[in-house]
Design a protein around this ligand. Structure first.
Ligand SMILES: NC(=O)c1ccc[n+]([C@@H]2O[C@H](COP(=O)([O-])OP(=O)(O)OC[C@H]3O[C@@H](n4cnc5c(N)ncnc54)[C@H](O)[C@@H]3O)[C@@H](O)[C@H]2O)c1
Length: 442
């Protein structure tokens, strides 16, 4: 099929490459000329595992332009532009509407059929409301006749975007009319390498499903963190033992049931706020979403208190991990950065290191922390070290080597990644979610 992907960011660039790799003719569209130039040069405009490989292998099927109206020349256009949170916590449709307006006007000058697919996360009611109205007004066409409108969000995790697109748990399609839904289903059936269930439904049901998935998953995380907090205060308790058993109950399931620290990143922290805003607008209740968010916000304070229980003000704290999770350079809502800010405000000297995100993090928090050039340097110059991102290399901290040269810092292992056999006898390791009194020395 001929498909335009509008927005060549963290989701759009991988989707364009995945669609092209399956033989579709893909026109990538972005207002950012750098992203367009890179894609036209066969270079990945964002970092994501396997993205460069797919782009290099699919160049015959990929082109890019800054001309948003050109999306109307395709059979389908998929919109993956930002939907930032507004001051009320709702997702703003500003960028989506700008793109729909341009594509709509271009469709008004053409005769062929077209389906607009919204992939960005939106407030439920958006597609059937202002997005549909804008598309109809700008194109002079009626949605459901020669122009279709669908909502089909991606369920991906950064760092795993390509695999999640090729092997999704399900494909969700909200549709203005069955013909539009069939086209979108055919497009995605041609992409999936597994055989996932497809769920086709109204636009608003699909919008609500998308945001419900994320609020439910984050509820599991906050639940496990609530258990971790209790376990740290309950003599003999260990949250990992408890969540491992809990997850075996098929009504609950093990995924995302892990007591550690706050969730971060560009999506999760926004979704419960948006859900609660939706509920308020409808005069409904969303206490679960509000509690999930409140528990998450409290996690960095919980972690800071554990650090403070180990050392007095003015001492040096090292933070290992600044991207919000491994395998990504993204630092939005990073728990490591949030911890650095709290500790610096409390008078600690803070030093930070991340395999890929140190520079970006230092720019995001000027004057808060110093960067360390290596893990060794951070270990040598800190009284307490906190592993906030479970990068695989942090599982192999050179603690034995540092111990032989001098004093070892106390290590707070938020994700339980340090193996006991690699630790020197003199190491003091605190594992989150275990009764604090029993956690030292190892
Ligand atoms: N990143 C994630 O993990 C993730 C996961 C699920 C859903 N989402 C949602 O997907 C959407 C896109 O997210 P992202 O992370 O890819 O965003 P991004 O910021 O990485 O990329 C968006 C791109 O859109 C371009 N753009 C903005 N306005 C445009 C316009 N009018 N026309 C053409 N291009 C335009 C920007 O230049 C940018 O390159 C958002 O709604 C987001 O909430 C993101």
């Amino acid at each position: 099929m001929r498909v335009a992907v509008v927005g060549l960011g963290k989701l759009g660039a991988p989707l364009a490459a995945v669609l092209a790799s399956k033989g579709n003719d893909v026109l990538g569209v972005d207002l950012n000329p750098d992203a367009v130039r890179l894609l036209n040069d066969g270079v990945a405009p964002v970092e994501e595992p396997r993205l460069q490989e797919l782009i290099s292998a699919s160049r015959d099927h990929l082109a890019a332009t800054t001309d948003v109206a050109a999306a109307a020349t395709a059979e389908l256009s998929i919109l993956l532009v930002p939907t930032p949170s507004d001051e009320r916590g709702a997702f703003s449709n500003e960028y989506l509407l700008a793109a729909v307006e341009e594509i709509g006007r271009a469709l008004g000058r053409r005769a062929d059929d077209h389906v607009v697919i919204v992939g960005s996360t939106v407030m439920p009611g958006s597609c059937g409301g202002e997005i549909r109205a804008t598309l109809e007004r700008a194109s002079g066409r009626v949605v459901g006749e020669t122009v279709g409108l669908c909502y089909s969000p991606e369920f991906i995790a950064l760092g795993n975007v390509i695999r999640d697109m090729l092997e999704p748990d399900m494909v969700l399609i909200g549709e203005s009319d069955p013909h539009a839904g069939e086209l979108v289903e055919a497009l995605y059936r041609g992409v999936c390498e597994n055989d996932p269930p497809f769920r086709r439904m109204s636009l608003v049901n699909a919008e609500l499903t998308k945001i419900a998935v994320n609020t439910y998953v984050t509820m599991k995380i906050s639940y496990a963190n609530m258990l971790a907090d209790i376990s740290e205060r309950l003599p003999g308790a260990d949250v990992g033992v408890v969540t491992d058993a809990l997850g075996l109950d098929t009504r609950i399931g093990a995924k995302y049931l892990r007591g550690a620290i706050a969730y971060g990143g560009p999506c999760f922290p926004r979704d419960n706020k948006a859900f609660a805003t939706l509920a308020r607008d409808l005069d409904a209740q969303a206490q679960l979403a509000e509690a999930t968010d409140a528990i998450n916000v409290a996690q960095t304070g919980r972690l800071a208190r554990i650090v403070q229980s180990q050392i007095g003000d003015g001492h040096a704290v090292g933070i290992l991990g600044l991207s919000y999770k491994p395998d990504t350079t993204v630092i939005e809502e990073s728990p490591g950065i949030a911890l650095a800010r709290i500790l610096a405000d409390a008078g600690y000297q803070v030093r930070v290191f991340d395999p890929v995100a140190t520079e970006a993090a230092l720019r995001a928090m000027p004057g808060v922390a110093e960067g360390a050039a290596s893990v060794e340097e951070l270990l040598e110059r800190s009284d307490v070290v906190v592993i906030t991102t479970p990068w695989p290399e942090f599982a192999e901290l050179p603690l034995k080597r540092v111990a032989s040269d001098g004093n070892l810092p106390v290590v707070i292992d938020c994700w339980g990644i340090l193996a006991d056999e690699r630790l020197p006898n003199s190491a003091t390791v605190i594992r989150l979610g275990r009764a604090l009194a029993q956690s030292s020395p190892v």
